[in-house]
Design a protein around this ligand. Structure first.
Ligand code: CA
Ligand code: CA
Ligand code: CA
Length: 138
């Protein structure tokens, strides 16, 4: 899966577990949730396990942290100027939601402890498995 870091960030900004606590997710967010869960189904059996989901999120972080220093910052932006600007915009959105200690960097710990856990939100019967064909209306 080769995705532009900016697109990954955009998806993260939209959906990766940071629904505003009070608001209903928008249709676009729900669509992203569907996309993310589908991507997380590593063995493509139509079921997403907690393990697959956590692994997928770890992969996303690894891809965002392009310079591999353990945090996502402007330093991970692509080199192309246009892409850089987009990346910066999206990064700001993500940081606004996820940079809990306000140091301007997204750490792995912050990434791993999102405000809203999408998996838990979707796995309404709490059996640790999400069936893609039976996604609930959130
Ligand atoms: Ca699976
Ligand atoms: Ca980095
Ligand atoms: Ca931080």
């Amino acid at each position: 899966m080769t995705k532009q870091p900016t697109r990954i960030l955009a998806a993260a900004a939209l959906a990766c577990a940071w629904f505003p606590a009070t608001a209903q997710p928008s249709a676009a967010q729900l669509e992203k949730v569907r996309d993310i869960l589908t991507e997380a189904d590593a063995n493509a059996d139509g079921r997403v396990t907690r393990r697959e989901y956590d692994q997928h999120r770890a992969d996303i972080f690894a891809r965002l942290d392009r310079n591999g220093n353990g945090v996502v910052t402007q330093g991970d932006a692509p080199r192309v100027r246009f892409a850089q600007r987009k990346f910066t915009e999206k990064l700001e959105q993500v940081l606004a939601m996820a940079d809990k200690n306000g140091d301007g960097m997204l750490s792995r710990a912050e990434w791993d402890k999102p405000e809203r856990d999408i998996f838990a939100l979707v796995d309404q019967d709490k059996d640790g498995v999400i069936i893609l064909a039976q996604l609930p209306d959130l």
